[in-house]
Design a binder for this molecule. Sequence first.
Ligand code: NAD
Length: 420
Amino acid sequence: MGAIVEKGKEPSVLTSTQDIIHQALGKLGYSDEMFELLKEPIRMLTVRIPVRMDDGTVKVFTGYRAQHNDAVGPTKGGVRFHPEVTEDEVKALSLWMTLKCGIVNVPYGGGKGGIVCDPRNMSFPEIERLSRGYVRAISQLVGPSKDIPAPDVFTNSQIMAWMVDEYSRIREFDSPGFITGKPVALGGSHGRETATATGVTICIEEAAKLKQLDLQQAKVIIQGFGNAGSYLSKILSERGAKIIGISDAYAALYDENGLDIEYLLDKRDSFGTVTTLFTNKITNQELLTKKCDILVPAAIANQITSENADKINASIIVEAANGPTTTEATKILAERGVLIVPDVLASSGGVTVSYFEWVQNNLGYYWSEEEVAEKLRSKVVDAFHQVVETARRHKVDPRLAAYMIGVRKTAEASRFRGWI
Ligand code: NAD
């Protein structure tokens, strides 16, 4: 039985992900039993985290950790700090992580975590206490060979450092492989901070070749100016592309002659906010419909929907964020000939270098920046062409092709283990 999508309504990110997984498993010849196993995480933990705030009061936060499937290996995925985190979103994100790990062929299943909070309104000591409290709450279920967290929206290498410190204290041994996205001084990998943006750039280069677009002449719009969006704007502008629009949670900046990216990078804060410093702004929705060659949603889910898909004015969309385009919008854009590089492929650079970080932690032997960059390029280029080839061979859109590649290994591993 497929995921249930109410007629006339945009499905939730979880429902639409389940629906495409159902289609992908069908194309691969798997039964509905396999879908029953893979449509939800095998483990879902909800925790309550009491945190002493700076004013002396105690606030109790809700957190989640989802482990989608561990047939291939330990589960892996980021922890998000955001006021709009929900249980369903965390579940969907863990399913996406399984797909990403399958696409770039790293030996993990998907995992994901989140805490309902707004770190923009918290002090650093409060964020530290929350991060440590989350690790204490989930410590029984996670570990270097069980489930390995990483950064995501509004979390960063400092938060990973507090988390690994807390885990090492609880377990009473130094365990850098418990978490990835750490500072290099704590066993982090070269290239991890920029990995997602580098992976997105590689996909943009390959997509531009397919569409015979010269990147040096290309006009690019990027929604979101956080870890993914800001590094991407820097890398692309250094390659000669013209970044004509960027945005954050509050507004967007647009100039058809190109924005001064160096200046904006210098002015952004650690949460990826920069537009608050300017008066000549437009809205995020206006930015998405401006004419450009390449549109990169790099913020949050559900940004391109059936409401605005027919107004999108780009020939290539590369999804750096998780779930920015709804199923309905994907159909509308495909009919209009827009090439969509799906999230599970485009943003797989982060988990790829997280895997490299974990391998280096396990080996106790560390690679140079060049070695990491070369290994990353090889994995993402390979994944990109496998998706294009699968889409061509099976006559399906790139998203379904990516899901077919992404789910195959976990389905096979589950079958070999005798689970189905
Ligand atoms: P981040 O927290 O560093 O930055 C998020 C950016 O999005 C900020 O500029 C913020 O202002 C903006 N934003 C937040 N809410 C918004 C809204 N409602 N409308 C418009 N903009 C909004 O996060 P990030 O790490 O850059 O992640 C961005 C996206 O990329 C997420 O979907 C994340 O899951 C995905 N992603 C990130 C990584 C990674 O390694 N960082 C890896 C894979 C996927």
